[in-house]
Write a protein that binds this ligand. Structure first.
Ligand code: NAP
Length: 409
């Protein structure tokens, strides 16, 4: 978000709770400062992530890294939940403004921001194509452009846990058990109302259609601001290549469909970016991030046992103390990776590692709970890149099929 002063219009899916809510909150609170700390190169991280950031940092005019206003669109499947989340969000922003105004060093920026930001709720159910098309039509009729999309909403079709496997994994590899648990039991073969793999549609395909339908509005942002629009894809540390078999791309036979969708996201972002590698000036950038590990409804919805939830939370603190960087624990801290990628000037960061392997940015934490952003490469990219090409083509063909069935979209 640099150069021309075009007010960002940011869509966050699944913004009513968990990490999505925290992304909206953290983004707004950051923008109350003229130079949002999340827009700067991250602490504890190798300089190689910021190859173009001048070593002599004071020569950079960071005052242009923030904004005087923003529109945040909370795209949620339940209007009631979203409206209540919006009230909470506004309460937090106004509370923070009041705190800033008390500071001796207060520069008046938050007051300006207050008159020029808005939070809007729009309904979006990614599991229903009619809802996705209705959402994109609404956005097209109300807004002249879109600057950022955060593809955050996600589901695990969880039916419970395999407790024997849980005990075994906790005894043999406790940190892994609390980071990438093998013992989640997931529904197999569930279909959406559109007769598409349900988890695939919620996590991947619904977002693909969202992006394609809004592509022209994203491009318009570029033409107005001279900055590429950004599409952030929220993956996971659980994006395990072995969980994804490209022959079962809608994941209907897959008993680890959640992990597979997250790897599909990794492949899609790598493929999008590789396809436009030759474009010297891409109009839209696709960026990959994950929030580390944090207790939200996604992990506990099927358990509903507050003793187990409290136990899991305690164990998260324990493994963080033992050295796990992934256990950021609070949703606000988990949002640092997405907010960093929303705000950091793109000219300063690299999004590929060795051998042009795509990077996945991650919320991380020090032992004492200080959050920051680091990046790892997408696993097995060299051998699985063709699966990314194949998946992108299949998503496009399926999108075209739905377009033909929804001519008004
Ligand atoms: N928590 C973690 O440790 C962790 C780790 C790695 C990655 N992630 C990723 O972070 C993202 C957010 O997850 P979370 O942990 O914040 O979970 P969460 O609290 O369960 O939030 C998920 C959000 O997605 C929404 N959603 C689900 N299905 C939807 C649909 N069909 N259409 C529209 N919205 C839908 C939910 O809406 P409702 O409230 O209406 O259900 C909710 O707002 C997910 O992509 C997840 O894979 C989380």
């Amino acid at each position: 978000m640099t150069s021309l002063r075009v007010k960002p219009i940011v869509i966050v899916t699944g913004a009513n709770g968990g990490v999505g809510f925290a992304v909206c909150e953290r983004l707004l609170l950051q923008l109350l400062q003229k130079t949002p700390p999340d827009s700067l190169p991250q602490p504890f991280v190798a300089r190689k992530l910021y190859p173009n950031y001048p070593r002599d940092a004071p020569t950079v005019d960071t005052s242009s890294f923030g904004h005087d206003g923003i529109t945040v669109i909370m795209a949620c499947r339940s209007r009631k939940k979203a409206e209540s989340a919006k009230r909470e969000l506004l309460r937090k922003v106004h509370e923070e403004i009041a705190k800033l105004e008390q500071l001796k060093s207060y520069d008046g920026h938050a007051e300006r921001f207050k008159t020029n930001f808005e939070v809007v709720v729009e309904e979006l159910d990614l599991a229903d194509m009619k809802s996705v098309f209705a959402f994109t039509n609404t956005i097209g009729s109300k807004y002249p452009y879109v600057s950022h999309i955060v593809c955050n909403a996600g589901v695990v079709s969880l039916t419970g846990y395999d407790w024997l496997l849980c005990i075994k994994q906790c005894c043999t590899e406790p940190i892994v058990a609390l980071t990438s648990p093998l013992f989640k039991l997931q529904t197999v073969g569930e279909l959406s109302v559109d007769q598409v793999g349900y988890v695939f549609q919620c996590n991947v395909f619904g977002h693909y259609v969202l992006y394609r339908e809004l592509q022209n509005l994203l491009k318009r942002y570029y033409s107005l601001s001279n900055n590429p629009a950004r599409v952030l894809w929220t993956s996971s540390i659980e994006a395990v290549p072995s969980c994804y078999d490209s022959k079962d791309w809608q994941l209907l036979k897959n008993d680890h469909s959640y992990e597979a969708t997250k790897y599909q996201m990794d492949l899609l972002v790598g493929t999008f970016e590789a396809r436009q590698e030759d474009a010297s000036d891409p109009l839209i950038r696709h960026l990959l991030e994950h929030p580390g590990v944090v207790k939200t409804n996604i992990l506990t919805s099927s358990v509903n046992n507050f003793i187990l939830e409290a136990l899991a939370q305690m164990l998260f603190y324990l493994v963080r103390f033992l050295g796990s960087r992934n256990h950021v624990i609070s949703t606000y801290k988990a949002a640092v990776s997405a907010v960093h990628l929303l705000l950091v000037p793109l000219a300063f960061i690299t999004t590929t590692g060795k051998g042009k392997t795509p990077l996945k940015f991650a919320a991380q934490s020090t032992r004492s709970g200080q959050e920051y952003v680091d990046a790892d490469t997408v696993h097995d990219w060299e051998s699985r890149a063709p699966d990314g090409e194949d998946l992108l083509d299949k998503c496009e063909a399926l999108y075209q099929k739905f377009l033909a069935e929804n001519p008004s979209s």
